[in-house]
Design a protein around this ligand. Structure first.
Ligand code: NAD
Length: 177
């Protein structure tokens, strides 16, 4: 049995890894879709699809999850929600179960005839991409919210400085408006 989890993973955090572990208790393999693959270098989506694939691969390895139990597939957004399921299906190995905490994702897959499970959220107040990015900008502790290997990837790509630089640009842009 194969399940699907789609997420922007901006960046990968401990909540993502916990939910993937949980899904792997229920299915043999999990297809992990890296959503909004076309977006990067914005405050909401600072990391490229390739960087997010690297974060996931290393974080899953750090957590002892075998590469034979998952597929990581970048998935670009499409303008029409009504054709998104067909687009996801075209890009991914076949799956029967969908796991998502996102109401739009749940709705679209339910209407597509899939079995949809809403997995429990782990410490959502802290384990969320929004909170990790906020802390990166303010200089608060974000490292404890992500796996150690994600800290290393962010260091390698100078991710915190990218985010800080982007936030300056947006202030300049606003000043010019
Ligand atoms: P996300 O990274 O915020 O979350 C992904 C999943 O991880 C969640 O559904 C949830 O199940 C799990 N998760 C997150 N935090 C957790 C925590 N603390 N504990 C346990 N589990 C946790 O990503 P998202 O915003 O849900 O991603 C959906 C993607 O699908 C986006 O890229 C979106 O653009 C894409 N999408 C595209 C279209 C389209 O192109 N028309 C339509 C629908 C969705």
């Amino acid at each position: 049995m194969r399940g699907l989890l789609v997420g922007r993973m901006q960046p990968v955090h401990k909540g993502h890894i916990e939910v993937i572990k949980r899904i792997l208790h229920e299915v043999d393999e999990v297809v992990i879709g890296v959503g909004s693959a076309q977006t990067s270098h914005t405050l909401r989506d600072p990391f490229t699809a390739g960087e997010r694939v690297m974060m996931l691969t290393k974080a899953l390895s750090e957590n002892g999850i075998s590469p034979s139990s998952y597929y990581i597939i970048p998935i670009q957004d499409v303008e029409c929600n009504s054709v998104w399921i067909a687009h996801v299906k075209m890009l991914t190995p076949p799956f029967t179960h969908v796991y998502s905490g996102n109401p739009l994702v749940q709705r679209l897959f339910l209407e597509g005839g899939y079995e949809v499970t809403v997995p429990p959220l782990f410490n959502r107040e802290f384990f969320s991409g929004t909170e990790v990015r906020r802390r990166m900008l303010t200089g608060e502790d974000w490292r404890s919210l992500v796996p150690e290997s994600v800290v290393e990837v962010v260091k390698e790509i100078d991710g915190v400085n990218r985010l800080k630089h982007l936030s300056q640009k947006e202030i300049v842009k606003k000043d010019c408006e």
